[in-house]
Design a protein around this ligand. Structure first.
Ligand code: BTN
Length: 300
């Protein structure tokens, strides 16, 4: 009798086990897909703003899966009166814009491709300050979040081991005396495993640099907080601490460089930046030239 009872008990355990299998399977699949979602940290306005605590940057956010260029979208929003600090972000860009009319490789879900609308109360001649604080904010954020030794190549490239991990594009709409708006575009190669053929050897992702994936969400939030913190100093013109920190993180100062600017190529030693972020280049003649823009290549 007892044997028969144990036999039926065993049968019911086995049946129960098989009945539960689909439930257990579905539970495991759900857990795994949640992990994948966390890993991809898909960027959306609520997630970005959650705990951001900034005064200006990112108070309003637009996120797209794919767009031509976030710069173009941000420009249209700025023209129709969007508030300062509004960010436009895309998971991927089909027509990403770089400096000097170049295109910017922006594959889906792999980087930070973001444009920020700024309306600083400074004359157009001082707009270089935006590049100065942005490059510093991004370099510091990469160091903090990814733990990698990012440096700034003047004017605003972010480099690790002389390879480009990020770049900044500032586009301005202004009248004679007053800036209407600046679109600050930030592009960071975060988790790419590969680059287009023409970028190989020149570009690097943070993933490639440190051997592990980096959270785009944490990096973006850190950049927005740092920008938010530096922005009032830009408006007040109190840039001493910022320029000093910029100097510490410079990959250019002290180097012999070649600068291409408006069709001219000049060589000299990069000796310093001035209080507005312009590069001071000592020519062979000893004359120190002040450059407000250009493309730098390091000779030694
Ligand atoms: C550079 O050439 O170094 C600047 C690259 C800037 C790329 C960013 S990605 C977000 C924003 N949208 C664009 O089309 N370009 C900028």
């Amino acid at each position: 009798m007892v044997k028969i009872f144990i036999f039926y008990q065993c049968i019911s355990i086995v049946v129960l086990f098989y009945l539960c299998l689909p439930v257990v399977y579905n539970f495991l699949v759900a857990m795994m897909s949640m992990q994948v979602m966390t890993k991809n940290d898909f960027l959306d306005p609520d997630t970005i703003r959650d705990g951001l605590n900034t005064k200006v940057m990112g108070k309003k956010a637009y996120c797209f899966r794919e767009t031509g260029s976030t710069q173009t979208v941000a420009q249209e929003l700025a023209k129709s009166g969007a508030e300062e600090g509004t960010i436009v972000l895309a998971e991927g860009q089909t027509e990403g814009k770089g400096r000097m009319g170049r295109s910017w490789f922006s594959p889906l879900g792999k980087g930070i491709w973001v444009s920020i609308i700024l309306r600083p109360l400074i004359p157009p001649s001082l707009a270089g300050r935006v590049s100065l604080i942005s490059a510093l904010a991004v370099a510091e954020a990469i160091r903090e979040v990814a733990g990698l030794p990012a440096l700034i190549k003047w004017p605003n490239d972010l480099v690790i081991s002389e390879k480009k991990v990020g770049g900044i594009l500032t586009e301005m709409s202004a009248e004679m005396e007053q800036i209407k708006f600046i679109i600050l575009g930030i592009g960071i190669n975060v988790n790419q495993d590969e680059f287009l053929e023409e970028l190989k050897g020149k570009a690097l992702s943070l993933h490639q640099g440190g051997g592990k994936e980096v959270s785009r969400l944490f990096l973006l939030r850190d950049i927005l907080r740092r920008l938010d913190n530096y922005y009032p100093y830009l408006q007040k013109g109190e840039l001493g601490t910022i320029t000093n920190r910029w100097r510490e993180l410079s990959a250019t100062l002290g180097k012999q460089v070649r600068v291409s600017f408006q069709g001219e190529v000049i060589e000299g030693q990069a000796v310093d930046i001035d209080s507005e972020g312009a590069l001071l280049l000592r020519l062979d003649s000893g004359f120190v030239k002040c450059l407000t823009g250009g493309e730098v290549s390091i000779i030694d």
